[in-house]
Design a protein around this ligand. Structure first.
Ligand code: AHR
Length: 328
């Protein structure tokens, strides 16, 4: 009887030790582990599909999943942060091995990140951040893979200062309210033009990163500010919308008003070639290879940097023509 009890005790202690080892592995960095397997089922929660940048990003993720032989559970939040939270919920319920999340806005997606963590599913943020005073890379999610949006805004601002001789009345078409690219692209640009006292933002409003919204907002702001001599658009789609509004109002973009934007879409590069947009700071949407490689390294137990920075090119009339055909 005593012998049996001892064996049971030993077994119990061994089970406890195993469980504690598992807890310790999680507690070391607080992140859920990812088992090494030949193939995975991973989620990609996309924010919307209303512009060429998003479509290029989705294609890159889908083609890399295919190349790796992994199953990709893809969702499109159609521009709704609430739907994106529900999309992540459904991925958790489906028991995916990891979630790639492109969070539409900085704050509303935090609960989704935390819920995945509690469910033991690692999250990698792609292209946009969540508020890092609440959820932290390396503790609540594995890493952020994406561009330096502040730097993109800075580069656009510095180019505009140079090309206008430090004198411009600027209309700023901002991205989605509460999103990290809108916040950071504004900040970087504002910091850059603050060094030139002749640079003034006369009006700023969100066009939600969308072409038609950008056109409508530009139309309204131009009526209120016909003195504008420059447009800074947080993405190319809004810049294309702005070109339409400017031309409809009889303005001549590239001649009587200078336009600068961010992304690197085919339409925007062609507009540089046509002399209508002055410059575009690239924001590279082709995340697939980097995202899947990072997930594999994480599963292998490698320490992952909290920010995997995506390098971005710069386009103006000196190099746009040669990049049009390979753009998206
Ligand atoms: O988060 C990146 C931005 O989101 C891109 O600049 C924009 O086109 C997209 O919708």
């Amino acid at each position: 009887m005593l012998k049996l009890d001892r064996r049971a005790l030993t077994m119990g202690l061994m089970l406890m030790a195993t469980a504690m080892a598992g807890t310790a592995a999680m507690a070391a960095d607080g992140l859920p582990p990812m088992k090494q397997k030949d193939s995975y089922k991973v989620g990609f929660a996309q924010t919307e599909s209303n512009n060429p940048w998003r479509i290029a990003q989705t294609e890159s993720m889908q083609s890399e999943a295919k190349k790796q032989g992994w199953q990709l559970v893809y969702t499109d939040a159609a521009g709704s942060a609430a739907k994106q939270v529900a999309d992540v919920d459904s991925m958790i319920a489906q028991g995916v091995d990891l979630i790639f999340l492109a969070p539409r806005e900085e704050k509303p997606l935090i609960p989704a990140v935390m819920k995945a963590k509690r469910a033991g599913i690692p999250v990698i943020l792609l292209d946009r951040r969540v508020d890092d005073s609440v959820a932290k890379a390396g503790r609540d999610y594995v890493t952020f893979i994406g561009s330096d949006f502040i730097d993109q805004g800075r580069r656009a601002g510095e180019w505009l200062v140079k090309s206008t001789g430090g004198n411009a009345k600027i209309i700023e078409l901002q991205g989605t309210v509460g999103s990290s690219p809108a916040n950071d692209r504004h900040k970087g640009f504002a910091d850059a033009i603050a060094k030139a006292p002749g640079m003034q933002i006369v009006a700023a409003q969100s066009g939600d990163f969308a072409r038609d919204k950008g056109r409508q907002v530009m139309e309204t702001l131009l009526q209120a500010h016909p003195e504008a001599t420059a447009v800074y658009a947080h993405n190319d789609e809004m810049a294309m919308g702005a070109l339409a509004a400017l031309e409809a109002a009889g303005r001549k973009p590239g001649q009587d008003i200078t336009v600068v934007s961010i992304d690197g879409t085919r339409d925007a590069l062609q507009a540089i070639v046509d002399g209508k947009i002055g410059a575009v700071v690239e924001s590279n949407p082709r995340f697939g290879p980097n995202a899947f490689e990072t997930a594999k390294r994480y599963a292998a137990g490698e320490k992952i940097d909290t920010w995997i920075k995506v390098p971005d090119n710069f386009y103006d009339k000196s190099n746009a023509a040669q990049s049009v055909s390979s753009a998206y």
